[in-house]
Structures are given as structure tokens and as C-alpha cells.
Design a protein around this ligand. Structure first.
Ligand SMILES: *[C@@H]1O[C@H](CO)[C@@H](O)[C@H](O)[C@H]1NC(C)=O
Ligand SMILES: *[C@@H]1O[C@H](CO)[C@@H](O)[C@H](O)[C@H]1NC(C)=O
Length: 310
């Protein structure tokens, strides 16, 4: 192919990826200042020295003490364009991040949120073994992995603007529980993991999975509280939804995440969770509506059995 055409194509790809509005939260910009286990200059207990908000009173994650929750009723969540499949995967040295084609923006509303929230990215936190890995815990119990589906309020221009407002972001948190069987919905994503084993590598992916297949079957059972980003710059701008029902994953699948590396190649990208933060005077709300089949995620297209219900 003519090298000029290649250049033009490359330029178009570059412009496109900027238009898509990558979410950075202060990472991926030049020198890495923070990490979890010595791979940056600051470990979690010292983040606040460099990032003031990390020392705030409304930080995340937290332990959810179910006895201390307040029952509440919100309208049903509704998910738009959640059939979209991620088209881009990245190991940024702190997490595995997936993005979609933003021309058809997935968005959520309802669930007690005011207004519409546009999808920004999906990323994961996981452990070096399955006794830990999630950021949030419920009654002291940690899970081997937690996925965050990050959305920003559509009235704000982008994530960078949204994080300056207390209602700027809505993050949906999905907890994972180990089962002997693979989670077949994760398989297409995992197939691309070996291409992003090194930090700061990324890939466009064609074989992927609809976002909604990653949600628990009952998305009307959850905890709600106001908190922060769990990574610097720790802005207190997040309306958290922590789904009560976990989804499943096998040990073999978790092992694939554990093979990823941080920016320091000798330090594996595992245990990339922030330690628990104080709840302080915050209230944690609890919503539980039984599954109504017509509203079940994937009911129409048969994503059954995804949630491991108790
Ligand atoms: C799991 O990993 C943590 C952190 O590396 C470690 O402290 C703990 O002992 C491990 N637990 C098991 C059961 O291997
Ligand atoms: C990478 O991590 C190893 C093991 O902790 C450490 O000895 C080494 O100094 C680190 N390298 C850099 C460039 O920070």
C-alpha cells in the first residue's frame, strides 16, 4: 500500500481515538506517579500526599455493612445501547480497560439517578489469589474480582469535566464469584488478553461481548452510596451502585488476568485494589426488587444463568 495512504489512515485512527474521549483519571499521562505495590512513586496510603482528594471524607471503596443500610425504592434502571460490544482493550499498567465505539453511546438512566449517564469505560480490579481482589466488600467479605462500568452525566462534556461535580459519575460495580465453570461471556475478551500482557499496550478487538452480558441478571438489587474514584485523582464525584448479585468466573479465567504486568515488568498487575476507606457520616442505601422477567437483562436474548443468585 502507498505509504501516504497509510499515514492518512494512521492520522484518522489517531483522531478517532481522541474523539472517542479516552478516560484517564490522571493516569497514562507521562510519568506514572502512583501504583499499588511500589510500581509507582506513591502506594495507596501515600496517594493523598500527591493527590489531595484521596484524603477526603467521602472516599471509595468501602465495606458495606448490610445492617447499617437504609432500605430505599428507586425507579428501574434502564440500559440503552447495552448491546454494544467493547472494541478496544488496554492494559494501562493499573487495570484492564475496555472501551466501546462511542458513536452509539451506551447509556443508563433510572435506578434513582437524576438524568442520563453515558458510558465511558469498563475496567477491572482483581487479586493475586481468590481470597481478595474486589475493592468493595460486603459484610467484610471480599470477592476475587470487581468490574466497574463507568458512566458520566451526559450534561457534562466529558469525564474530565464530570469529575468536578458531585453527581458527575455513576459507576456500576459488578462483583465476581468463583465457580468451576468458565463464564462464557468473558471468553471473547480473555482471548485478547495475551496481546496486552505488557503495560501500556492496547488492541482493537473484533470478537467481543455485549456490555449487558456482563451485568448480573437481577440489576434491581444493589447498594447505593456517594463516594469517589478509587484511583487518583480520587475525585468525590461518584454515585456508586454495587450490585448485590455476583456474576461468575473460573479460577482459570482469573489466572489470565493475573498474567498481566504493571509498568515495572517484574511486578505483576494483581491486587490492583485500593484498601477500604472510612464510611464516616455517609448513608448507604439498599434497594431490592425481585427480578421481573420482562426487565431482566438479556431476558429477550437469553443471557440466562449469568448471575449466581443466593
Ligand atoms: C492471597 O494474597 C494475599 C496478598 O498477596 C496474601 O496476603 C494471602 O496470604 C494470600 N492468601 C492465600 C490463601 O494464598
Ligand atoms: C521493578 O521492581 C523490582 C522488584 O520490586 C525492583 O527491584 C526494581 O527496582 C523495579 N524497577 C524499577 C525500574 O523501578
Amino acid at each position: 500500500m502507498n505509504p501516504c495512504i497509510l499515514n492518512i489512515l494512521c492520522l484518522m485512527v489517531c483522531i478517532f481515538s481522541q474523539v472517542r474521549g479516552r478516560v484517564h483519571y490522571g493516569y497514562g499521562r507521562g510519568k506514572e506517579h502512583w501504583g499499588y505495590h511500589g510500581e509507582g512513586n506513591y502506594d495507596p496510603e501515600d496517594w493523598s500526599e500527591e493527590y489531595k482528594s484521596c484524603g477526603g471524607k467521602m472516599q471509595s471503596p468501602i465495606n458495606i455493612d448490610t445492617c447499617d443500610t437504609i432500605w430505599d425504592h428507586f425507579d428501574h434502571f434502564s440500559f440503552h445501547h447495552y448491546k454494544q460490544t467493547p472494541v478496544h482493550i488496554e492494559n494501562n499498567g493499573h487495570t484492564l480497560k475496555l472501551e466501546v465505539d462511542y458513536r452509539n453511546h451506551p447509556r443508563i438512566k433510572g435506578g434513582g439517578l437524576e438524568g442520563i449517564y453515558d458510558f465511558a469505560n469498563l475496567h477491572f480490579h482483581w487479586g493475586s489469589n481468590s481470597s481478595l481482589g474486589s475493592e468493595h466488600s460486603i459484610d467484610g467479605k471480599f470477592y476475587p474480582m470487581e468490574a466497574h462500568l463507568v458512566h458520566y452525566k451526559s450534561e457534562y462534556k466529558d469525564v474530565d469535566t464530570a469529575v468536578l461535580h458531585p453527581d458527575g459519575l455513576a459507576v456500576l460495580s459488578v462483583l465476581f464469584e468463583v465457580t468451576p465453570k468458565d463464564n462464557k461471556f468473558l471468553a471473547p475478551i480473555l482471548k485478547s488478553l495475551n496481546k496486552v500482557e505488557k503495560a501500556q499496550t492496547d488492541e482493537d478487538i473484533t470478537s467481543s461481548v455485549p456490555l449487558r452480558a456482563l451485568l448480573p441478571r437481577n440489576h434491581n438489587k444493589y447498594f447505593r452510596y456517594s463516594g469517589s474514584l478509587t484511583t487518583p485523582t480520587c475525585n468525590e464525584a461518584v454515585i456508586w451502585t454495587v450490585f448485590t448479585t455476583p456474576v461468575h468466573i473460573s479460577e482459570e479465567q482469573l489466572e489470565m488476568f493475573r498474567r498481566l504486568r504493571t509498568l515495572n515488568d517484574s511486578i505483576p498487575l494483581t491486587d490492583n485494589f485500593r484498601p477500604l476507606q472510612e464510611v464516616n457520616s455517609r448513608r448507604i442505601y439498599r434497594v431490592e426488587r425481585e427480578l421481573e422477567l420482562k426487565n431482566a437483562i438479556g431476558a429477550k436474548i437469553g443471557y440466562g444463568g449469568q448471575g449466581v443468585d443466593h
